[in-house]
Design a protein. Structure first.
Lengths: 106, 216
């Protein structure tokens, strides 16, 4: 899984944007959904997740806010911005092109 | 075990700066780790093994903590300061441009014109300094987000360059008009130079638009 992890890590931001495009979410929920969708075969490290969050936020692609928890502790939620949606579409198009190219060559 | 997780995270963040951002990140990490731990235990996992899994899933926080310390160019507070400084420079320059006319009335002949030109030069210097001292964003790594940020900054820099050129054209137009008037006494036709300035300005705009089309 180590080689594949390196290949996928470049797409971490796009994966996160795709999750947030569906609904607002927080760190662990995003990670959980990714694990469920890939039947447990891909798991993001927390550090990778947070680095991606910071980068996306400082680029204005996502926006974070504090939500109230039943237990009293606050949780940080993220939502996608219009710029984030634009980046997501662009990245998806780039990925389709790359996929086609590599499939043709391999 | 939940207390142990908390202690572990505290230790991880010992080397981190005591800023609000660092504290928030620590809280976020702790909440997510605890959630994960609770889920695992609820699904029937042994507490010790759940703890190990949770800790193992953290990954390398060193890079993350290093990111907390680096200067944040796109932080809204620093951007605001930058904007205020820029506003001061530009408004100062425009003011000096307008005031530059005064020496031509107060001082006689060539001296007045020279004084006016010196003030115009000073104002232009302020504008150029303002344009060049915008923070240049260089990519932190090769990720797609960094590419996007760099492109975004490039676009606003081009707009700033165009604005600077426009003001330069108008400055030159005023200078030419004044020179023609005072030195050649051609007041009655020298006003045509302003029409030329409008045309030149539009040409510059077209050039910029066509160069925007080329870059994706």
């Amino acid at each position: 899984m180590s080689i594949a992890s390196d290949l996928i890590r470049g797409h971490t931001e796009t994966i996160i944007l795709a999750q947030l495009a569906r609904q607002d979410s927080y760190g662990y929920q995003i990670n959980k959904e990714i694990q469920q969708k890939t039947q447990g075969s891909y798991e993001l490290k927390e550090a990778t997740l947070y680095s991606a969050f910071r980068r996306l936020e400082s680029a204005g692609c996502i926006h974070s806010y504090w939500g109230d928890q039943a237990t009293g502790a606050r949780r940080r939620y993220y939502s996608i911005t219009p710029m984030g949606r634009a980046l997501l579409e662009q990245n998806k198009a780039d990925w389709e092109k790359a996929k086609l190219l590599i499939d043709q060559l391999l | 075990m939940r207390e142990t997780i908390k202690k572990y995270v505290e230790e991880l963040f010992q080397a981190a700066p005591s800023t609000r951002r660092a504290r928030e990140l620590k809280d976020e990490l702790l909440t997510n780790l605890t959630d994960r731990y609770d889920d695992l235990v609820e699904a029937g996992e042994d507490p010790q093994i759940a703890y190990a899994k949770v800790i193992d899933g953290i990954g390398d926080v060193e890079e993350l903590i290093a990111m907390l310390e680096e200067q944040d160019f796109l932080n809204p507070v620093t951007q605001e300061k930058q904007r205020q400084k820029s506003a001061l420079l530009v408004s100062g320059a425009v003011g000096i441009y307008i005031l530059a006319i005064i020496p031509t009335f107060i001082l006689s002949g060539r001296v007045g014109t020279v004084a006016a030109l010196i003030m115009v030069a000073a104002a232009t210097m302020l504008l150029v300094y303002n344009g060049m001292s915008r923070p240049r964003y260089t990519k932190a790594d090769d990720s797609l987000v960094e590419d996007f940020k760099e492109w975004n900054q490039g676009k606003s820099q081009r707009k700033a360059a165009m604005a600077a050129i426009q003001s330069l054209i108008w400055t030159i137009a005023v200078i030419v008009y004044l020179l023609c008037g005072f030195l050649l006494h051609l007041w009655h036709i020298a006003w045509i130079v302003f029409l030329a300035a409008v045309a030149a300005g539009q040409v510059i705009r077209l050039l910029f638009i066509s160069s925007e089309e080329k870059t994706p």
